[in-house]
Design a protein around this ligand. Structure first.
Ligand code: ARG
Length: 573
């Protein structure tokens, strides 16, 4: 049960009943401080003002009419008209015990079709840190939507179809025939650089490259064959990274730019028919009034170049139409770098105007900021090169290995390697997920691999520690333990556990994984307070059983929450 929303609807309808107002949206939030109860409702004050009534008087009347049944132990008026709600311990116990045999969060009442476009690197080059955030955040969101029972479609909108491929094909043609392409392309980054160098220096090569783009896009068999070879090698580079990072994207989620190639003509036809196209310096553009530069001139969205070529925006328009019309998406989410904000605002607006996205289809750009080094500049190697993601993962695992060795020297090397693999990857993912995606964040090995604070090692350790409680007395961690919430620390823990639902549902709505991270961090902290104040293994009878039940529910919630973030837990650390 979503406690917050349940209370919100009960309070809202009571205010409506009490005042005769036809619609009142009370705002219920978890109380900041236990002295304000567990939840605080706000909604009376604004209404009282509108009605010219005394807010405290109105508040008391609402409380008199408010029937929270078995939910609440106490409802009080506070300050100028807040309603403080303290939940009932028996109710909390019953809810927690009910959860022990079902999913922690109930599936969505109205499952939606959601398309999520994430990772989506350009295949001409190797994936670099710039793609890390989108890949990690997108994957956490995808897991969350799936968990809530939505119909989820992952789209990896690979960039596989631009002018760069003409250049790469031309470079491949110039390679000695007997050279194995696989080893040539082992390092895509240097291959790309070498091709670019030829392109910039040799006009004949550049001319050939431009011809090859046109040939490729009109289906020339030789160009296509070389392109396919290149793409398949580049895709396998990406896939090995996805495997390393435990990212759920697979081959069947590949819906790259080239997929839309034969739909682009009809996008232009549709825009023409609707009278949305304007010719400007030979290019075809859509001008929308709402997009202007600082001089007040309207900005064009270019959809066809003067030579007839299509652009990034054209493909995105085709992608929107496909997702909304053919796939019947209710929501299309784009987890893409903040620098593409204007692009998405424009293509969304054009798509809506042109009817490529129906009224009901929500298009959302979930943007994210840049990963910065400690020096406050975009994260690079010491020599200024971009960092390869695979190297970043390896380094994190290596550092985690040192950390685990320090913490737990008695484990065998094999055990420590296994743990380090999980902790290293978890640390990279969690460091990213725990920051608000809208801002830039500083990538810092020391903080992300620390056992203190809002980090992966801290949470993984908290989980492993709870599991060890069961091991100590060889208790079955999956048995049914009946919870009976009594003391304050038990109550605080029980409440936090039951707030998992509202946290996950808010995540699905607002798409900010840092909120789930904060929740898990706070849960682990509240658990520690409970554990320090309440003996578990030394308790007797029903007390012991109830506290084991709280330990079990905490472990289960941590595991599920980390799982939604794409992080695997460890039984031992
Ligand atoms: N390939 C693009 C890049 O690397 C990102 C694509 C994002 N998705 C989209 N539908 N435009 O910048």
């Amino acid at each position: 049960m979503n406690l917050r929303l349940t209370l919100e609807s009960l309070v809202s309808s009571t205010i409506e009943k009490t005042t005769g107002a036809d619609s009142c949206q009370a705002l219920v939030t978890p109380a900041k401080n236990p002295q304000f109860g567990d939840y605080q409702a706000n909604g009376v004050m604004a209404l009282a003002k509108k009605m010219g009534r005394n807010p405290r008087e109105l508040g008391l009347e609402v409380i008199k009419n408010l029937d929270l049944g078995r939910l609440a132990e106490k409802v009080e008026l506070a300050g100028p008209g807040f309603i403080n709600i303290t939940l009932d311990r028996l109710f909390l116990s019953i809810e927690l015990n009910r959860l022990s045999s079902t999913a922690l969060v109930a599936p969505a009442a109205h499952p939606a079709t959601i398309v999520i476009d994430y990772s989506s690197p350009n295949l001409a080059k190797e994936m670099h840190v710039g793609h890390l955030r989108g890949t990690i955040i997108g994957d956490a969101l995808a897991r969350t939507f799936e968990y809530l029972g939505h119909t989820l479609v992952r789209h990896n909108h690979f960039g596989d179809w631009g002018t760069q491929f003409g250049m790469l094909i031309t470079y491949m043609q110039a390679l000695p025939r007997d050279k194995a392409l696989g080893s040539e392309l082992a390092d895509l980054e240097s291959f790309y650089r070498a091709a670019k160098c030829r392109f910039d220096e040799d006009p004949a090569f550049a001319e050939q490259a431009r011809n090859n783009v046109v040939k490729l896009q009109s289906g020339d068999p030789e160009c296509l064959a070389l392109w396919e070879k290149f793409i398949s090698i580049s895709v396998s580079h990406c896939q090995s990274l996805y495997d390393k990072l435990d990212i759920t994207l697979t081959e069947k989620d590949m819906v790259p730019e080239s997929f839309y190639n034969d739909q682009l003509d009809s996008i232009i036809t549709a825009l023409t028919e609707m009278g949305l196209l304007t010719e400007s310096e030979g290019a075809r553009c859509v001008f929308l009034d709402e997009f202007r530069n600082k001089d007040g001139d309207t900005l064009p969205v270019i959809v066809q170049k003067s030579g007839g070529g299509y652009l990034y925006a054209t493909t995105d328009l085709a992608a929107i139409r496909y997702r909304c019309t053919a796939l019947h998406a209710d929501r299309v989410l784009y987890v893409v770098d903040a620098r593409q904000s204007l692009h998405f605002q424009q293509v969304f607006a054009v798509a809506q105007k042109a009817g490529f996205a129906g009224q009901h289809c929500r298009l959302e750009h979930l943007s994210y900021g840049t990963m910065m080094g400690k020096d406050g500049r975009p994260f690079k190697t010491r020599s200024g090169d971009t960092i390869k993601l695979i190297d970043l993962c390896e380094e994190s695992i290596e550092r985690a290995f040192e950390l685990v060795t320090e913490k737990n020297p008695d484990l065998t090397e094999e055990q420590r390697r296994k743990i380090a693999e999980v902790v290293g990857i978890a640390a990279v993912k969690y460091a990213d997920l725990s920051k608000n995606r809208n801002s830039d964040y500083i990538f810092d090995w020391d903080t992300m691999l620390s056992f203190d604070g809002n980090t992966a090692p801290y949470l993984l350790y908290a989980y492993a520690r709870i599991r060890s409680i069961f091991r100590r007395e060889s208790l079955d961690p999956d048995a049914v333990y009946t919870i009976r919430v009594e003391s304050d620390p038990e109550k605080a823990l029980a409440l936090k556990l039951l707030q998992f639902t509202e946290t996950v549902e808010t995540l699905a709505e607002e798409c900010l994984p840092n909120q789930l991270c904060l929740y898990l961090y706070e849960l682990a902290g509240i658990f520690m307070q409970f554990y320090e104040s309440s003996p578990v293994l030394k308790a007797q009878g029903a007390d012991k059983e109830s506290r084991l039940g709280l330990c079990q529910a905490t472990a289960r919630t941590l595991k599920q929450g980390l799982g939604l973030l794409g992080i695997t837990t460890l039984e031992q650390m």
